[in-house]
Design a protein around this ligand. Structure first.
Ligand code: ZN
Length: 146
């Protein structure tokens, strides 16, 4: 645990920890872009980024911008142990993106009591305490009504 004092209102979310394969992803997130890795041979998009295409074993990769739109496939609120860097336990969700890949992220701007699977979400970028950003998802307004 750190003894650093965090100024009021400053981001408390931990910085991302990542492998060399995912550098492009986090550099994109810091710029507000959700990026994916597409195989240059079979054109399948893989997530998380990895050295070799899981479909055809090609090592030729290209970076593509993702829509940032998807739906909540499933979700939990992990209360124990208490999450580090969050004043309240975040909603941890598996997001199915329009591109057909799934990523684990947080859902923001929704009360836990109103959270449900299948809602339409779109990407946002949450600042971290080290000046980086991580993609999170918020409900698409006007779609999830009622
Ligand atoms: Zn491939």
């Amino acid at each position: 645990m750190s003894s650093n004092q965090t100024p009021p209102g400053a981001p408390t979310r931990p910085d991302p920890v990542f492998t060399p394969d995912a550098i492009f992803f986090w550099e994109g997130a810091a710029r507000g872009e959700l990026l994916g890795q597409r195989c240059a041979d079979c054109r399948k998009i893989a997530f998380p980024p990895r050295p070799m295409c899981p479909a055809c074993h090609s090592v030729r990769r290209e970076t593509v911008k993702l829509s940032g739109r998807g739906t909540v496939a499933s979700w939990v609120i992990p209360r124990h142990p208490a999450p580090i860097g969050f004043p309240e336990a975040p909603i941890v969700a598996l997001i199915e993106l329009e591109e057909g890949i799934r990523m684990v992220s947080n859902v923001i701007d929704v009360a836990p009591a109103d959270m449900k699977g299948g809602i339409a979400v779109e990407v946002r970028f949450a600042p971290t305490r080290g000046g980086k950003a991580v993609p999170v998802f918020a409900p698409v307004k006007g779609v999830a009504r009622g």
